[in-house]
Design a protein around this ligand. Structure first.
Ligand SMILES: [Zn+2]
Length: 305
């Protein structure tokens, strides 16, 4: 248990890394963001990370001595006991690297590692869309799809203390092949990458334009979101029947757009599932946006969930 309540949260994604000075209530005092550039290697990224830690400490008017610890949320799979990273798809050249040891040596502070989706869920639970309820499922629809499950206020963990892989719920057995060995996974059908590929194939500039056009009743855009909404609904239905959550949070970069259509689509499908308490479960968008990960990583280091 730390006496200081000032911590650093780090969120490592395939595209960018965010570092923030955060207190125990989840308040962000200063933050820094830079590109991950995973192909450039692990060691240069650790140097940049340590520099960003010093920058946010100074921008928050803190001293490094006042900082209790550093919490890192990293795109998974990660081994939070050994501190190693195992995601060659998103973080090539970081494979088996130990982020905990490297960052402890570079900063002199205790470091803890967590999966980024778990960290985002804790961020939303402490300071965002999950406040006030203890049974929550969150899906993060970004470059890939991740997720976390909160049971009675605690993160659900599996074998070897691992985090759930909610992106690989096979929602359509006839769907396209996924790199995990199954077919029709949620990630293959509803990630930001999947949306962008389908958007480009249908003549849109990117995924964001699909949301804008669907809100204007463009039928091609509506069909894309319908298919995506259907895939998310199937996954949410499975999760709702399995865990009986009070709330399901949908977050990640994909949901940063005009998401009312998608949220209400998933909500209305859930209402047809009485055994999952579909009428009582609320589907809500994440509130902290890109900051959920840093806030959650910081809260995890203080509260040790
Ligand atoms: Zn898969």
């Amino acid at each position: 248990v730390f006496t200081s309540k000032q911590v650093i949260g780090v969120d490592i994604g395939g595209t960018s890394i965010c570092v923030a000075a955060v207190d125990e209530s989840g308040c962000v005092y200063a933050h820094e963001e830079f590109l991950t550039q995973a192909k450039a290697g692990f060691e240069p990224a650790v140097v940049k990370l340590a520099q960003a830690v010093m920058k946010v400490v100074s921008a928050a008017n803190w001293s490094l001595a006042e900082v209790a610890a550093i919490g890192v949320g990293c795109t998974g799979p990660v081994d939070r006991i050994t501190g190693t990273i195992h995601n060659p798809f998103t973080l090539p050249s970081w494979e088996n690297k130990n982020i905990v040891t490297a960052l402890e040596q570079a900063t002199g502070k205790p470091v803890r590692l967590e999966n980024d989706a778990n960290a985002a869920l804790i961020g939303e639970y402490r300071a965002g869309a999950g406040r006030g309820v203890d049974n929550v499922v969150m899906l993060t629809l970004g470059t890939g799809v991740g997720g976390g499950v909160l049971v009675k206020g605690c993160l659900y963990r599996g074998f070897d203390d691992s985090h759930p892989e909610l992106g690989h719920i096979p929602v359509n057995p006839d769907g396209p092949e996924c790199y995990c060995g199954q077919t029709g996974c949620l990630e293959i059908l509803a990630s930001g990458t999947a949306l962008r590929l389908e958007a480009e194939a249908k003549g849109f500039t990117d995924g964001a334009e699909v949301f804008v056009e669907a809100a204007r009743a463009n039928t091609v855009a509506e069909e894309i979101l319908d298919r995506m909404g259907y895939a998310i609904s199937r996954a949410v239905g499975i999760l709702a029947h399995t865990f009986l959550p009070e709330r399901v949070i949908l977050g990640g970069g994909v949901l940063n757009h005009e998401n009312d259509l998608l949220i209400s689509y998933v909500q209305s499908n859930l209402c047809d599932m009485p055994l999952a308490r579909g009428n009582s479960v609320r589907i809500v968008p994440a509130q902290l946006g890109t900051r959920a990960g840093v806030v959650g990583a910081a809260c995890l280091v203080l509260n040790g969930d």
